[in-house]
Design a protein around this ligand. Sequence first.
Ligand SMILES: Cc1cc2nc3c(=O)[nH]c(=O)nc-3n(C[C@H](O)[C@H](O)[C@H](O)COP(=O)(O)O)c2cc1C
Length: 208
Amino acid sequence: MEFNDEITSAFEHLLTSVRSVRRRIDFKREVEDSVLLNCINIAVQAPTGRGEEGWYFLVVKERQRIKAISEVYREVLLEFVEKAGAPMKSSHRALMDRLGEFPALIFACKEGAPEQGFASQAAYFGSILPAAWSLMIALRAKNIGATWTTLLTARHQRVSEILGMPSSVRQLVMLPVGYTQEAVLKKADRKDASEVTFLNEWGNPFTR
Ligand SMILES: Cc1cc2nc3c(=O)[nH]c(=O)nc-3n(C[C@H](O)[C@H](O)[C@H](O)COP(=O)(O)O)c2cc1C
């Protein structure tokens, strides 16, 4: 398929509007299994080190397990906020309060654990995070909102027990998902590319 201006502009809009959706979710509407599988099939097209496919995706729809996970999430977030000594953002509180009601949670998981050494760790995380991000983009393209969360990695053992995960697998990212409802998703206010891009040598500005 050749890209044309219309498709490129739709794609650029997609990539620049994958925001965290914590509140504007239709909590009553189910997210169909076929839609989730479709999105996961897109996610597994992501790059992976040595062509290995050590990734797994655990979709949780059982209300009891979602509630159990939401309790763990609450515990970790409260602990995190207390340690940080800063007030909790209202959007973060909103997710904490309603996590138990989300239609589904998706855990992006990977076989094994990161080994010692920067290069091995870069390969380990680099072989799951692009897939998780593709998944979030694919969901967004179907009007399904999500939030990238990693807080639960602080309770790996508890989460594994709730989900019956073997010790040989790690969960790295949890996306609470649901169809968006009146969500206004637009570009984030970020630094311009020229402020964070160098040409040829570190510090040498890359300007238009
Ligand atoms: C590594 C990482 C971990 C994150 N963990 C959490 C989390 O546990 N809970 C949460 O509510 N948001 C989490 N976020 C989402 C950020 O808070 C979010 O990206 C930020 O609020 C900016 O909003 P935006 O994604 O809409 O631009 C995480 C994001 C990243 C990149």
